[in-house]
Write a protein that binds this ligand. Structure first.
Ligand code: NAD
Length: 374
């Protein structure tokens, strides 16, 4: 799955001039501590490592491996994407209660074409050269096996395979964390932290979505799912024979389902936009996908329709909680206990939003900035 941050272009309101310099030094979306451009011509590595903040500890965030094929200037798109993603990680890590700042790296190119051991090891040496200011992990285009290779050059690597002492697939705790966010939505809307008897729509039943369906059914919810891959839908239905889980034709049909209580976008970014928000039948949105709001302002459209929105970067932090734990010798129970706190954090955000009269996204940003001292 390829997901490109919508902000892989100049952010709205950024001053004129070189887009990278303007974003970094002058725009509200900037303020990054350090940006490193890396090149290793023998292996073909071109990468950018962006460290937004180390105020709470070493910057932690994954490595995206992507070619930006639609962009007129892929290298510049990659740098801007890294800046935006690193900033997002600062906020995510702060609200997850981790002692980590935010960082992110992008390796520029098509992983299918250029990913080799030599390239990953060269990348690992660059991460190591930062001496622990940046801790890397998987993202779109990189996998646990890749992190095993990077780790041969760099001890500040997480998201490795269990065989190499890593935490493995992070989607397990990501799904668990999203489920905690859903329990908070239920508590806020219906007075009890359970989805029992509710109808929940899950769009995208890949690694995270399929685990999420399991939690929901176990809690007594009814579930409707959809996915562009028919096989993924079939797998989920087959995994729960006799359970109240059905399939919608597509996401458009799913979000219009009569009686839908909660909508969980678990596929690509931009799920909430001018087309979808007006037709949503659900009372709340809480899902795993990154960058669910197509652009700033959509959170206000949701609030105006009375739809409760649990910010994506709050509820999908289970994965980063999982890989952060790996740095201390992975303990699944300990990481799960931390991910369980996503319920309390989401409740605190809803309370702050009510008290300040702002949408939950704004309340979440304020709480994160308070912790970072920004
Ligand atoms: N895996 C993690 O730990 C993690 C952590 C944080 C955030 N996320 C985010 O959660 C989302 C899901 O991640 P994942 O790891 O499950 O990815 P995945 O690729 O395993 O699953 C995504 C699923 O969405 C489906 N899909 C794609 N386009 C669709 C569309 N238009 N309509 C319906 N289904 C569609 C795909 O076929 C796939 O089955 C992504 O946005 C990811 O960035 C994942």
């Amino acid at each position: 799955m390829i997901e490109v941050s919508p902000s892989a272009s100049v952010p709205a309101g950024a001053p004129a001039g070189d887009p990278v310099i303007s974003t970094l030094f002058r725009s509200e979306q900037g303020g990054h501590e350090q940006v490193v451009l890396c090149q290793d011509r023998p292996s073909g590595l071109k990468a950018v490592i962006a460290l937004h903040s180390t105020a709470l500890g070493p910057a932690l965030g994954g490595t995206r491996f992507h070619a930006y094929p639609g962009s007129a200037d892929p290298e510049q798109a990659a740098v801007l994407d890294a800046l935006n993603l690193a900033r997002g990680m600062s906020y995510k890590n702060a609200l997850a209660g981790l002692d980590h700042g935010g960082g992110k790296a992008v390796i520029i190119g098509d992983p299918e074409q250029i990913k080799t051991e030599a390239l990953l090891r060269a990348y690992g040496r660059f991460v190591a050269s930062l001496g622990g200011r940046y801790v890397t992990a998987c993202d779109v285009g990189t996998y646990v096996q890749d992190m095993d290779v990077v780790a041969r050059e760099c001890r500040w690597t997480t998201g490795r395979s269990p065989e190499s002492g890593g935490a493995g697939d992070s989607s397990v705790l990501t799904a668990f964390g999203v489920f905690q966010g859903m329990r908070a939505c239920a508590q806020q809307l219906w007075g009890a932290p359970t989805l029992r008897g509710r109808l929940v729509g899950v769009a995208g039943v890949g690694k995270v979505g399929k685990h999420l369906v399991g939690h929901l059914l176990e809690d007594g919810a009814r579930v409707v799912v959809t996915d562009v891959r028919e096989e993924s839908v079939r797998t989920v239905l087959a995994a729960h024979p006799g359970a109240p889980v059905s399939a919608a034709a597509d996401t458009d049909a799913l979000i219009r389902t009569e009686g839908l209580d909660l909508y969980a976008p678990c596929a690509l970014g931009g799920a909430l936009n001018e087309e979808t928000v007006p037709v949503l039948t659900a009372a709340a949105v809480c899902g795993a996908a990154n960058n669910q709001l197509a652009h700033p302002g959509v959170e206000k459209d949701l609030a105006e329709r009375g739809i409760l929105y649990a910010p994506d970067y709050v509820v999908n932090a289970g994965g980063v909680i999982q890989v952060a734990d790996e740095l201390h010798g992975f303990d699944f129970a300990r990481a799960k206990a931390k991910a369980e706190k996503i319920h309390a954090t989401t409740m605190a955000i809803f309370e702050r939003a009510e008290a300040d009269g702002v949408p939950p996204v704004a309340a979440a940003d304020r709480l994160a900035e308070q912790r970072m001292g920004r």
